[in-house]
Ligand binder design. Sequence first.
Ligand code: FEO
Length: 381
Amino acid sequence: MSKLTETIRYVGVNDTAKSLFEGLWPLPKGVSYNSYLVTGEKTALIDTADAAFAEEFLANVKAEAGDRKIDYLIVNHMEPDHSALMGLIRGEWPEIRIVTSVKAVPMIAGYHGLTDNIDVVKEGDTLDLGAGVVLQFFMAPMVHWPEVMVTYLALEKTLFSADAFGTFGVVEGQVNACRFADYREEMIRYYANIVGKFGVPVQAALKKLSSLEIKRLCSTHGPVWEEELGDVVALYDRLSRYEGEKGVCIVYGSMYGNTEKAALALAASLEEKGVPYAIHNLCTENISFALMDAFRYDTIAAGAPTYNNEIFPKVSHFISALEGRCLRHRRFFAFGSYTWAGSSVRKMNERAQNMGFELVSDGISFAQGYSPEKVVFPDFK
Ligand code: FEO
């Protein structure tokens, strides 16, 4: 169903073909590229879709627009998963006016060669579509790129929020009747993978938008949130404050199975104690899922052998990903095997402390093979 209200239609598309979002992040449940048509006396299209969906996207827009022309293209965000089809829309409706932030202007020129019929809006500016349909614009820099703005339709108490409140996972059936519980994990993974670095700007945007009365969230990815909007905002608020829930994210890499045995023993001991945990083998799975649980839980346990007198590369890469996302407020525990000289635990601890993490203990560095006598874990409660 594409009708959200009398004035808003959903015209987005589902992508089940792409294997890696941004060339990095697996999409086991696909992803949607959302776009919305808002109609007063005039008509505005909010964002477009990925380049692979030109035909389907244009058909969606035309099916809803009928014989009306599109007067405005609102560009909330210029990342190509939402802006790739700007040229297509402009070709179809050559008189369309592009409405966007000042920082998007050089991006539009650079990506699409479009330099005319562009109206730059500032914080709080409005666009009157007639019949009481007035769009208002608020800047949301670095949520997730510098040019991002969000668009508010007071008549429908609806926020078109760009990537904010987005999630992986396609939307099927009624886009505004999806259950939050079905998307919660993918929302955390989307946040941790894509938006995780930008906690401070997300918090700034949440604060700024808190004065608006919002009954509907229309993000660029995933369902339209109405009934469970409060849960979605609460999750984004918690994630952007880097606040973890109780539990342990165990990540490890292993060459010959010794650090893996320690990781599995830790998982078993947490299971026995009833401590929530997740475990990720970074040698066999994409880092995406480990990042999800690093953002979800308040404790990270990282297992890495010493390799070239350094942290085993797969685990070092994971720690770099945490550093790149400015993750904070975590407890940290390091463990790992070595053969003739151990340095990985010391080096992991140093990097964790540089991120402000609290060490659960000094960690456990063990020589050669794993045995339960060598590796006695601290109490994670
Ligand atoms: Fe979904 Fe930052 O684009």
